[in-house]
Design a protein around this ligand. Structure first.
Ligand SMILES: Cc1cc2nc3c(=O)[nH]c(=O)nc-3n(C[C@H](O)[C@H](O)[C@H](O)COP(=O)(O)O)c2cc1C
Length: 364
């Protein structure tokens, strides 16, 4: 079954895309000293040529010394890394697609001794990676101010380099999500009393730096790498309170990270997290989670075989037809096969490359 709604053009104010296929952000660690080189440029160009309408880059470090672990994760500051990103942007545009960088700070999900800047401690709301698991130190007011400025600078650089928007990585138990999560945000100050204050300040600063029209995306998740069952929002009312504040601060796109797109978010209701987000905000919304594959992402990382699974594409197509969300991010399937969109569009399912953990070892 060819999911034709996936290939309909999309337009929303400042964003025009040839189709609904988004490349999900995926850390690849192929940028020595943080600089995306030729192989990374070609890797993204191939996804654009293969038909992904919008590419969200791998998580890229904002200008804060404790942002990331691995020295092969690309940086989003400094002349050389930004020069590399400029070449990525030009290649993707040349192939007819749009691209956003994903701005990232890992917070306490950082092992300093293995990291770039090993002498710098990990930072987080309360010095916790997970409930009861101490890593690094709690952020000071000065750290928080610097973080907000660094995100704003990243957004401004994204615009200056010609990106089509920017995505803020506030998901999966990394720094900003650590502020969202009551079990690891034990602060006694305003950021403990109001867990969304930091996110709001970052979004507002990014909006101030990029002006009114530039698309700002926010990726969030209920699940955490530390706890798949963690939940920030018990029901639509909680979710709505969060979303409303983010929209007011300047978000125009929500990227709702779930592990399986077909699962309803709240008991007794049918919509998934993206569906609820669309219904509550009317903004541009991206869904994600095991599209075209039979294993969810963290299970597949343990090496369990992952097979191509077209059976839910019809379901996905129906959800798009009902406007439950606008765009669909594809992760591992696009990592394994840059031609995933054009092959699916042509009904060539038997020609799709299979994803396995090994596929992560090279930049196909
Ligand atoms: C190798 C790999 C690296 C990833 N890195 C990131 C990342 O940097 N930022 C992010 O938000 N999600 C990251 N993810 C999660 C994906 O964006 C996506 O949400 C997840 O793989 C589920 O989509 P899929 O089932 O289509 O693969 C990564 C996933 C994989 C497989």
């Amino acid at each position: 079954m060819i999911p034709d709604h996936l290939f309909a053009p999309f337009r929303a104010e400042a964003l025009a895309l040839p189709n609904r296929v988004v490349m999900a952000p995926m850390t690849r660690c192929f940028s020595p000293d943080g600089v995306p080189g030729d192989d990374v440029v070609q890797y993204y160009r191939r996804r654009a040529e293969g038909g992904a309408g919008l590419i969200i880059s791998e998580g890229t470090a904002i200008d804060e010394p404790a942002a990331i672990t691995n020295s092969r994760i690309p940086l989003f500051y400094g002349d050389e890394p930004l020069g590399g990103w400029k070449r990525v942007v030009d290649a993707v545009h040349d192939a007819g697609s749009a691209i956003f960088p994903q701005l990232w700070h890992t917070g306490a999900a950082r092992q300093s001794e293995l990291s770039v800047n090993p002498d710098v401690q990990a930072i987080s709301p309360s010095g916790l990676f997970a409930p009861g698991q101490a890593v690094g130190r709690a952020m000071t007011d000065g750290d928080i101010e610097r973080l907000v400025t660094a995100y704003g600078q990243g957004a401004a650089d994204a615009k200056r380099l010609g990106f089509d928007g920017v995505e803020l990585h506030f998901a999966h138990g990394y720094l900003v999500d650590q502020f969202f999560w009551p079990e690891v945000n034990l602060r006694a100050d305003a950021h403990g009393a109001d867990r969304f204050l930091l996110a709001e300040a970052i979004v507002a600063e990014c909006r101030r730096r990029v002006g009114a029209r530039f698309p700002i995306g926010l990726r969030f998740s209920q699940w955490k790498q530390q706890d798949y069952d963690a939940r920030l929002f018990a029901g639509p009312a909680d979710l709505s309170a969060f979303l409303e504040r983010m929209v007011d601060a300047g978000v125009t796109i929500f990227h709702c990270s779930s592990r399986r797109f077909w699962e309803p978010e709240f008991e007794g209701e049918t919509l998934n997290l993206a569906g609820w987000t669309k219904k509550l905000t009317g903004m541009t919304v991206i869904t994600v989670g095991s599209v075209g594959l039979n294993q969810e992402f963290l299970v597949s990382r343990t090496g369990v075989d992952t097979a191509i699974d077209e059976s839910r594409l019809e379901l996905l197509n129906g959800m798009l037809a009902r406007n439950e969300f606008d765009l669909v991010a594809i992760g591992r399937a696009l990592l394994a096969d840059p031609l995933w969109p054009s092959k699916v569009r042509a009904g060539r399912f038997q020609d799709l490359a299979t994803y396995s953990k090994d596929a992560e070892q090279t930049l196909v």
